[in-house]
Design a protein around this ligand. Structure first.
Ligand code: DGL
Length: 275
């Protein structure tokens, strides 16, 4: 059996990707995780495609320099806009959050009618629609951009009445035949219970969990596992720091975030980079 003690790189625009990192750590407790949150450029969800691609390329280059063995793009916006570009450009396995969520939705929907919620950029890219139809062309997909949810979550109002009302308002026009809804944003696992309350009886796909399962399967299939007891834990890098990152991050990981390193933005030959 061969082993690989290098860390797994996990990238997001901010704190939301920690839901994916936490799910990976639960599924693969022996693996080390290097996390990069691009707080300087957050939110990606309302930026242009060109900007999202450049930021994601810069983040991937930084993580590759940390000698990672696989890259998880733990951001729905970055995956939908820049996922294919990154897959072409790097020579380690790349896992995005869209395909695992799409696969889970196709497996769970009985009436073959799925709803997807996410940022403006994710929804307008149609990435989930394409991914779901590729898996099962018979599934009908209805999407809603739900941009107010990220700020509400960042405010800590995960179970607040206003968050319930916002979800209810956004989803009020969804067809009644929808039986499965994909949480297409890495912040949304934090409002899983509130969405479930507003949509009783509906299957909810948490793409953090599904991405962690696919990462685990890939690590095992490609014999990339760490040796037991050798690895584990997080190293966290940010392009900027906010107290929100620390407070929400600690809630997601259930541990104190003491070791956060801030990296600097640099431009070389017209390209964004981090050092
Ligand atoms: N992480 C982003 C996503 O999953 C949400 C935050 C942002 O807009 O940058 O779409």
């Amino acid at each position: 059996l061969s082993y690989d003690d290098r860390p797994i790189g996990v990238f997001d625009s901010g704190v939301g990707g920690l839901t994916v990192a936490a799910a990976i750590a639960r599924t693969l407790p022996d693996e080390s995780i290097v996390y990069l949150g691009d707080l300087l450029h957050l939110p990606y969800g309302s930026k242009s495609s060109r900007a999202v691609i450049e930021f994601t390329q810069a983040a991937s280059r930084f993580l590759l320099e940390q000698d990672i063995k696989a890259l998880v793009i733990a951001c729905n916006t970055a995956t939908s806009i820049a996922g294919e570009t990154i897959e072409r450009e790097v020579d380690i396995p790349v896992i995005g959050v869209i395909e695992p969520g799409a696969r889970a939705a196709c497996t769970r929907t009985k009436r073959r009618h799925v709803g997807v919620i996410g940022t403006h950029r994710t929804i307008s890219s149609n990435a989930y629609v394409k991914a779901i139809l590729e898996i099962d062309p018979g599934v009908t997909v209805e999407q809603r951009a739900t941009p107010l949810l990220v700020p509400l979550i960042e405010e800590g109002w995960t179970e607040h009445q206003i968050t319930r009302m916002t979800i209810a308002e956004y989803l009020s026009g969804l067809s009644r035949s929808i039986d499965t809804v994909v949480l297409g944003c890495t912040h949304y696992p934090l409002i899983y219970n509130t969405v479930a309350d507003v949509l009783p009886g509906i299957e909810i796909v948490d793409s953090a969990e599904t991405t962690a399962s696919e990462t685990a399967a890939m690590i095992r299939e490609m014999s990339l596992s760490c040796r037991q007891g050798r690895c584990g834990g997080y190293r966290i890098f940010l392009t900027d720091f906010t107290d929100t990152f620390r407070s929400i991050g600690e809630r997601i990981l259930g541990t104190e975030l003491s070791d956060i390193r801030i990296i600097d933005l640099e431009y070389t030959e017209g390209k964004i980079g981090y050092r």
